[in-house]
Design a protein around this ligand. Sequence first.
Ligand SMILES: [Zn+2]
Ligand SMILES: [Zn+2]
Length: 324
Amino acid sequence: MKSWTNEFMAETDFSVTVLGCGGALYAHHRHPSAQLLQIEHHKFLIDCGEGTQFQLHDFGLSPFAIREIFITHLHGDHYFGLVGLLSSMSLQGRNKPLTVFSPKGLKAVILPQLDALQRDLSFSLRFVEVPTEGASRCIFETDELSVWNLPLKHRIPVSGYIFREKQRERKMLKEKIQEYGLSIEQIKAVKRGEDLIIGEEKIGVEELSLPTPPPRSFAYCSDTLYLPHLAKALEGIHLIYHESTFTTEREDKALRSMHSTAAQAAAIARDAGAQALLLGHFSGRYADLTPFLEEARAVFPRTYLAEEGKRYEVPKVRQNTMDS
Ligand SMILES: [Zn+2]
Ligand SMILES: [Zn+2]
């Protein structure tokens, strides 16, 4: 487990485990893109490059708790592991339903392969098409969190994803319920953060309840050309994962293949006011990734390299940041 810095308290219920941090071609033991995001009891798989099921297995992570998979685009290094994963889960008798979010076209690629197996999956599988143009919008939500698409620019349609916790209700102080004889409606109002008027007296919400931690967020941006305007859509996101296929030395190559450099990814994190940046999708041309870290940290110091099997906690916002 890895903490960003000592400034942030360790949190165990919002973390990203990197399963694959390589680019399109397998090299230097780096697998294609996949990450497991955990937010409280929710587990989301983001991208599913070839070998994802083996990576999950080797890192002691079960795919059975995953209810939603988010695929960014239809380049093979982002979804070639999907049929194998689905097939294996069925062989093991999975019964929880599974939803796969992706840009248009994935269902038409996956279903014929599953049909060719000539046996039904043991669970229900649903595909949801995600827009790859226009403004970011909410595509999935629960009581605790929401997921937003994030149109990016690449050689084919692509959408990144933003995961946001919802603000939890304030914690009611039980003794105050008795002291003021509060009704259910009044308790609900306090939990929403409202002051109460009792008789002539105004009772502040701080006296009646305790604050809950501010919501955290994670954005996954891969694959994409450097898009300076992305910083606005990512404003205030706590942890940004941004692809950095190349270093600045190969910026022309990045432009031609519609990828980003480490310095460009860092500029996005800096301009968005992120708490931390995770780099990945490293080209197989690079055995040593130190230059990625060096050039990115020169722009945005709180940059980290994605390492397979490592779990990265999404940093908690400091209290004084909130107050300022
Ligand atoms: Zn890729
Ligand atoms: Zn791609």
